[in-house]
Design a protein around this ligand. Structure first.
Ligand code: FE
Length: 182
């Protein structure tokens, strides 16, 4: 089984679940994020990162109901660890940093917080709230923090009810060409 088969299987099993209080499924959310990355002409590694940024939710047995989500399961770390076994750090690092990127943008960009969805505001509290100045400065020392911020912005937008975008199978080749060779 290839990595693409494995990923397509994971989304097929669980991807139809609702994406935490949003009006899209987990699969739809990842596909929209990847589509926005493609529209911006992002490098292929970032398109893969956008597509798979929430895979941590699908490889972890977390209740898919925000009301039950009373503690932070750190899906970004679960997902990044899973991805790091299959892809290079150009894919796994932006995924690992996409939640800190939200906390970073809340601290450094006027107006960012007010555009977050209600569900994203609620999870922000569980994730530690906006970064302090020292935390934001430390975040900027991460080699791929800019890429993480880009993934974050596609993530934030990828909640459009009814938006039709290319399906998961259309990413098979892209996934295969970015898989870490064994
Ligand atoms: Fe997301």
């Amino acid at each position: 089984m290839t990595v693409a088969d494995e990923i397509i299987g994971i989304f097929a099993r669980r991807g139809a679940e609702a994406y935490f209080g949003e009006c899209v499924s987990v699969t739809g959310h990842g596909l929209q994020a990847a589509w926005f990355a493609r529209e911006e002409g992002a490098p292929a590694s970032l398109v893969v990162a956008a597509l798979l940024h929430d895979i941590g939710h699908l490889v972890d047995d977390v209740p898919e109901d925000l009301a039950q989500w009373t503690q932070d399961r750190h899906h970004e770390r679960i997902g990044a660890a899973w991805l790091a076994r299959r892809f290079g750090p150009d894919v796994s690092d932006p995924v690992r940093l996409h939640v800190p990127a939200k906390r970073y943008l809340c601290a450094t960009e006027a107006g960012y917080f007010s555009n977050l969805s209600p569900a994203s505001v609620r999870t922000l509290q569980l994730q530690g709230g906006p970064m302090s100045g020292a935390e934001a400065a430390a975040f900027e020392t991460e080699p791929r923090f800019r890429e993480a911020v880009r993934v974050r912005r596609w993530d934030d937008r990828a909640k459009v009810a009814g938006l039709q975008v290319p399906d998961l199978a259309s990413y098979r080749r892209l996934i295969e060409t970015h898989t870490r060779s064994p």
